[in-house]
Design a protein around this ligand. Structure first.
Ligand code: UDP
Length: 352
């Protein structure tokens, strides 16, 4: 097993980004490099892709490690030159979680504990990236960070993601209170933007892809369930600002969008924006997922806490996100299929 040597170029801090080849992770890596950080990416390329980092692959301040957070040795090696960790590596996507609950539980619980314990050992601070899924079926008008969690039967695989992420947060808080770990938490609400793939069920890239192909847009259930989509370019700088702020230690912050929209309205907005000939097809949940599947009817964030701390404000319109996601999907189509293995993967060093 070999490990890269980090030469310490540049004047910024050194950040480890687990899951840095994923959708949100790759945008974060670009942002940190822009700020002057040295950046180490640890990613197993299971759902992420080296192509997501193609724009910065030649940056001398970037080191990429191909490996899993499930391997404590790999995590220790990745973290050892870093003074802060952005922990994004996770099994995400409702489709993936429903199909492979065991994998999701292992990565999201054991993997996170590996990252937290390595951070303590190396005295690095941590931003734990969590999810609005932790609120479950709470349909409150605005979900505050201290709102109740309303979860369904733990035997339904749909709830294992919310369960695992809740445990991650509890782990983080306990390590903070009992072991002095400098950790803060963000809960992302339906973050969208270029490079997000629809392969694991995420609605916006799925529907945009269908609209571009003039296929029916598959809206699950009655389509009246609502979400507040937030743009990745609004969320990423807020994540960095929260990580830096000492007042955030031991705290959780919602980062969500401002506009509540039903999935049916989203589908029509996508068709209009892209001037598509697609129609909308309502697909029963039991056909989309499995019998007994439960969806969230509504998920609306209260962003007041992050606004008060770092001035977080969702600014990017959904229309502009739809257009940018469409442009991104089209450019990837030209490069080859979304699912194709990438030549860029060779830029990852083989540390597992
Ligand atoms: N959804 C849909 N069509 C799709 C994919 C998802 O109607 O092709 C619905 C899904 O049932 C949910 C909403 O869109 O009500 C958001 O789904 P996503 O998986 O993107 O996020 P989450 O369920 O975590 O909010």
């Amino acid at each position: 097993m070999s490990v890269p040597i980090y030469p310490g170029r540049g004047t910024g801090r050194t950040s480890l980004v687990t899951g840095g080849a994923g959708f949100v992770g790759s945008h974060l890596v670009e942002h940190l490099l822009d700020l002057g950080d040295e950046v180490v990416v640890l990613d197993d390329l299971s759902t992420g892709s080296a192509r997501n980092l193609a724009g910065v692959a030649d940056n001398p301040r970037l080191t990429m490690i191909h490996g899993s957070i499930l391997n404590p040795t790999t995590v220790g090696q990745a973290i050892r030159s870093c003074d802060r960790v952005f922990h994004l590596a996770a099994a995400v996507g409702v489709k993936l979680i429903v199909e492979q609950p065991l994998r999701g539980l292992r990565i999201n619980i054991h993997g996170t504990e590996n990252v937290l314990t390595a951070a303590i050992e190396h005295q690095a601070s941590v931003l734990l990236v969590s999810t609005s899924e932790v609120y479950g079926k709470n349909t409150a008008d605005r979900l505050r960070e201290d709102s109740d969690r309303v979860l369904g039967d733990p035997l339904l695989s749909r709830w294992t993601y919310a369960g695992a992420k809740g445990i991650d947060e509890a782990f983080a808080k306990a390590y903070c209170d009992q072991e002095g770990l400098d950790v803060s938490i963000v809960r992302l609400f339906n973050t969208v933007g270029p490079r997000q793939t629809g392969r694991y069920g995420m609605v916006l890239p799925n529907l945009v892809g269908q609209a571009l192909r003039n296929q029916p847009l598959t809206v699950f259930g009655d389509g009246r369930q609502t979400r507040c989509f937030s743009a990745v370019e609004d969320v990423v700088p807020a994540m960095v600002a929260i990580e830096r702020d000492p007042r955030a230690r031991g705290e959780a912050y919602n980062l969500g969008g401002a506009r509540e929209i039903s999935i049916l309205d989203l589908a029509h907005e996508i068709i209009r924006t892209l001037d598509s000939r697609s129609t909308v097809e309502l697909v029963p949940y039991e056909r989309a997922y499995a019998p007994g599947f439960e969806d969230m009817r509504r998920r609306v964030p209260d962003n007041t806490k992050a606004h008060a701390l770092v001035g977080y404000e969702p600014r990017t319109s959904l229309t502009s996100t739809i257009m940018r996601v469409a442009a991104d999907l089209l450019s990837r189509e030209r490069l080859g299929s979304d699912a194709m293995p990438l030549a860029g993967a060779a830029t990852f060093r083989g540390v597992v």
